[in-house]
Ligand binder design. Structure first.
Ligand SMILES: [Zn+2]
Length: 209
């Protein structure tokens, strides 16, 4: 079991795009910034997985690559940077970290959660690899994408709810194992589903300002 998320402090950044057009209430643009190439199958699977986890909240995710958004403007946007190598190849299996740190972090500034996430591809890849066996290796990009989708969905819940809160079950657990990351399903818990919907559709009741 390893920690999937931690909040880093005092990070300031500038949104690459600005608000201009208001989309439907729960539309959210997710900008992906890959520091190293990621297999297209893995990207598609990541988007599909995160879409599926969050679809029951009423949130619709609009995925964009950082390299293709010049001049674009979005109403609600978050940015995910993927650092390191998102790949479960090549063999042989490299050694695991003794202490896996966070798989991803959501940035905060003075305690306030910001719409910026950073995914540690090396750590996610190592954890996925450690949980794979047998036939899993023939669909490594699918499983890696699935894991990344769960990590991204986890951070998106932090961003949307503006909370570092975790749950006892589901994708919003504080720490997720490699097995959980590639299991057939890892949904939002009912508690998290309610928290997200409350923030999206009844922000006043959720304590938004
Ligand atoms: Zn978390």
């Amino acid at each position: 079991m390893r920690r999937v998320c931690a909040i880093s402090a005092l990070f300031a950044a500038t949104l690459p795009v600005c608000a201009a057009v208001r989309l439907a209430e729960a539309d959210l643009t997710v900008v992906l910034d890959f520091k190293q190439p990621l297999n297209q199958r893995a990207i598609s699977e990541m988007e599909h997985e995160a879409d599926g986890i969050l679809s029951s909240t009423g949130m619709h995710l609009d995925w964009r690559d950082r390299s293709h958004i010049e001049g674009a403007s979005f109403a609600d946007v978050v940015v995910f940077t993927f650092k390191g190598a998102c790949s479960v190849d090549p063999d042989p299996v490299p050694p695991l970290y003794d202490e896996l740190g966070p798989l991803a972090v959501t940035k905060t500034t003075n305690g306030a959660i910001q719409p910026f996430g950073e995914v540690d591809c090396n750590r996610v890849s190592a954890l996925v690899r450690s949980a794979m066996w047998g036939g899993d290796f023939s669909r490594s990009n699918e499983l890696l994408g699935r894991a990344l989708g769960r990590v991204v969905a986890h951070e998106l819940v932090h961003m949307v709810t503006k909370s570092g809160e975790h749950s006892r079950t589901g994708v919003q657990e504080r720490a997720l194992s490699g097995k959980q990351l590639i299991a057939d399903e890892l949904p939002l818990s009912a508690v998290d589903l309610d928290r997200v919907r409350l923030r999206l559709f009844h922000p006043a009741a959720a304590g938004a300002h």
